[in-house]
Design a binder for this molecule. Sequence first.
Ligand SMILES: CC(C)(COP(=O)(O)OP(=O)(O)OC[C@H]1O[C@@H](n2cnc3c(N)ncnc32)[C@H](O)[C@@H]1OP(=O)(O)O)[C@@H](O)C(=O)NCCC(=O)NCCS
Length: 229
Amino acid sequence: MRLMGRVQRLRENARRWGWPQALQQLAFRALQRMGLHLHCVFRRAHVVAHRPPQELSGLEFRVLRVDELTRWAQDPRYGMAPGFVESALARGDVCVGALENGALLGYTWWSSAPTRDQGDIWVSFSAGDNLGYHGFVLPEHRGRGIYEPLVMSCGESFMRNGIFHTVYFVAIHNVANLRVQDKVGIPRAGIAGYWHAFGRPLTFRSPGARRAGFRFVSAARFRQSSPLP
Ligand SMILES: CC(C)(COP(=O)(O)OP(=O)(O)OC[C@H]1O[C@@H](n2cnc3c(N)ncnc32)[C@H](O)[C@@H]1OP(=O)(O)O)[C@@H](O)C(=O)NCCC(=O)NCCS
């Protein structure tokens, strides 16, 4: 059953992106299962008053309130568990949502503090930047171009708080997300990743990721330089 599901997904991806891209994605996913996590790193300036395209003019893009987040966290379709929302809000993170007639279609989170990626791996970035993370669009609304205005909106509210740039990282196998970056025209700053080998994580980054001020850090190393929040 699981194998059939994977074959079907491979076929769908090949139809959407072509076989070379679909097979490349499969290979990178396999590497991730073997412990090698590779990500493209991006850094861009926040923008003021980004306008969504005409066909999305009926949607509202705005910062979500705590009561809304608490409610939507109860709905498993959105993939943000109550515990996740609680700790993100406690850290001061902000969630921007795409709404249609009051219904949430997608969201993305922003943090100004170091954030945990997975397990013992943390994400660190330059002071004065924020990190865009955990973006999501409901499966039935994917392909409508919702993610682009979602990540480009609300720049003015960050700038008011002295945050002029954002960094984010996209798994190298996440073709859908990488295509959004290409469509917006955001160049890749570099590559960063980590590998869980022999029981401990080995983190690495390219010179471009270093220039963007982005790095993955193991919890142990991070604790040496600054206390974890
Ligand atoms: C990545 C994601 C947020 C993109 O959102 P979106 O609003 O569908 O973005 P777009 O409409 O611009 O489509 C982006 C690409 O997704 C792919 N796509 C289109 N329709 C799709 C569908 N129904 N299902 C899956 N992918 C689809 C296409 O490759 C498209 O690019 P193209 O138009 O150049 O072919 C969304 O796919 C998603 O929620 N994925 C799961 C969570 C995730 O990966 N989050 C990002 C990591 S933080």
